[in-house]
Design a protein around this ligand. Structure first.
Ligand code: NAD
Ligand code: WQD
Length: 356
């Protein structure tokens, strides 16, 4: 029998690519998503790219205990990948309760329902943002954590809860993956990043400038202590991130308890290097101007990616050129996202938080 994996947030940027990777490797995939930040269209495209359907799609809020429990009752779930979360750092400052409610409350509800149904295998989306204003590079999993915003604190809190649950339940197996900066798109051009409104992140902003949706990029600061003065990050191709989750599933049973791994490439890229690479790949130079630093930004965040390589014999394979090429292909073929004019078409949200 193929394994059945329940993917929360499966319609999102990383979730949709991971669903393709799982379908490509023979898993049965059940998706739970309330589409607060995604379009159901992404899941139609997942099936198209993979050439076979998802086992089921449930429009359910992970905070809705009853509905989530019904999903578990309806499928023989062997493992869970938990992507569903709110992820915008700036928004988390303005909506802390919503962020804790979804990211921490949703994780607690999921854990409780998993326990109720005897499911004890979980891959959890964590983030490099838990390292905060790091002054060391590259960052290992042992580097100090010091989150600087509510979003990052929800991720670290999620990790802490999972540590405590694993200490209590002997058969619990958890892998928390701290992604660095996932970018790019599926090489088919059918799946990619479809942010709502003005993109917060560099790659989608650059792509929208290149396609003519925005006039120019604002580069947030050129006076950092980096080779060209602009911020350095560890960009990782989203298909490598997806592959990392599939490999993580294969290693969940290596031992019980909780393990934390970085998911990055180990290579640092500056803002101007990414802008130049994108211009070259797309044939459209990206106009930009230097502006002041963005509040809360750090000079450099780069992973030491060796722990995953040592543990699983797996490394990322897609370079910056592939990241830009695939992001550009998606942007060019979907200039206005999945649905022209209305990316992430307003889906009814179940289980709306009483804190909203
Ligand atoms: P995304 O917003 O594209 O995907 C998240 C998905 O979860 C969306 O489809 C959204 O509709 C769904 N969702 C949100 N709240 C939900 C709820 N209460 N119930 C059910 N579904 C809900 O984000 P992404 O970039 O794919 O990120 C996936 C995960 O990876 C998140 O946990 C995020 O915090 C983490 N992460 C992302 C990045 C990044 O830069 N993209 C970096 C590090 C960690
Ligand atoms: C990258 C670089 C900016 C936009 C975020 C989250 C983090 C994690 C990954 C979820 C920085 C510069 C950006 C622009 C710019 N997500 N920039 N102009 O901030 O490293 O990380 O995504 O867990 O938690 O904080 O990513 O893409 O926003 O910025 O100059 O319009 O690009 O200053 O140096 P960041 P980013």
């Amino acid at each position: 029998m193929p394994e059945t994996v329940l993917v929360t947030g499966g319609a999102g940027f990383i979730g949709s690519h991971t669903c393709v990777e799982l379908l490509d490797h023979g898993y049965e995939v059940v998706v739970v998503d309330n589409h607060v930040n995604s379009s159901p269209e992404a899941l139609d495209r997942v099936a198209k790219v993979a050439g076979r359907p998802l086992a089921a799609v449930h429009r359910v809020d992970v905070r809705d205990r009853k509905a989530l429990s019904e999903v578990f009752a309806a499928h023989p779930v062997d493992a869970v990948i938990h992507f569903a979360a709110r992820k915008a750092v700036g928004e988390s400052v303005a909506l802390p309760v919503e962020y804790y409610d979804t990211n921490v409350g949703g994780t607690c509800t999921l854990l409780s329902v998993m326990h109720e149904h005897g499911v004890h295998r979980l891959v959890f989306s964590s983030s490099c943002s838990v390292y905060g204003d790091a002054d060391t590079a590259p960052l290992t999993e042992q580097s100090p954590v010091a989150p600087t915003n509510p979003y990052a604190r929800t991720k670290l809190t999620g990790e802490s809860i999972l540590q405590d649950v694993c200490a209590h339940l002997a058969d619990m197996k958890v892998l928390a993956l701290r992604y660095f900066n996932p970018v790019g798109a599926h090489p088919s051009g059918l799946l990619g990043e479809d942010p709502r409104g003005v993109p917060n992140n560099l790659m989608p902003y650059v792509a929208q400038v290149a396609v003519g949706r925005r006039e120019q990029l604002s580069v947030f600061g050129d006076d950092y202590p980096t080779p060209d003065g602009t911020g350095v990050r560890d960009y990782i191709h989203v298909v490598d991130v997806a592959e990392g989750h599939r490999v993580a599933l294969e290693h969940l049973d290596d031992r019980p308890g909780m393990r934390v791994f970085n998911l990055g490439t180990g290579a640092g890229t500056s803002v101007l290097q990414l802008v130049a690479a994108f211009g070259e790949v797309s044939g459209r130079p990206v106009p930009y101007r230097i502006v002041g630093r963005r509040a809360g930004d750090v000079a450099e965040l780069v992973a030491d990616a060796s722990a995953v390589a040592d543990a699983w014999g797996w490394t990322t394979t897609r370079d910056l050129t592939a990241m830009c090429r695939d992001a550009w292909r998606f942007q060019e073929r979907n200039p206005d996202g999945y649905f022209a004019g209305s990316p992430g078409t307003g889906a009814p949200q179940t289980g709306e938080s009483p804190c909203d």
